[in-house]
Ligand binder design. Structure first.
Ligand code: MN
Length: 130
């Protein structure tokens, strides 16, 4: 199953790698380089899943997640935080801010794609139960 995925990330190398990986699976990728831009795109495009870097300029990922959750259209959209392996506290804070889950950086391509598939399938199951 292919999806429209918004990726909010300031690091060009990560943007390039993740976009490349997702496109190999047929996903459409929308990119934002910082939080306010990501929130604007999310509200307009209503992606199937949002990938959210935590360490962003001007507005951190926790704040972005909280603001995304204030939009009724995005209340159920999976938000997957990209957290640093070296910063375990990031994960709890990301979940408290409304993220659905997290993926640790640095990104391992195989594990990453499996995790994305799992998040998308979980979301589909949730839809079927409604
Ligand atoms: Mn970053």
């Amino acid at each position: 199953m292919t999806a429209r995925i918004l990726y909010i990330e300031d690091n060009e190398q990560n943007l390039y790698l993740v976009t490349f990986l997702l496109k190999t699976k047929g996903h459409e990728v929308l990119q934002a380089h910082e939080g306010p831009e990501g929130i604007e795109i999310a509200g307009r495009e209503k992606p199937d899943l949002i990938l959210l870097d935590i360490q962003l300029p001007s507005m951190d990922g926790y704040t972005v997640a909280r603001l995304l959750r204030t939009n009724p259209d995005l209340v159920k959209t999976p938000i997957v935080a990209l957290t640093s392996y070296a910063m375990p506290g990031d994960r709890e804070k990301a979940m408290a801010a409304g993220c659905t889950g997290y993926i640790e950086k640095p990104i391992n391509p195989d594990i990453f794609l499996n995790q994305i598939t799992a998040w998308l399938q979980n979301d589909m199951l949730g839809e079927n139960e409604k």
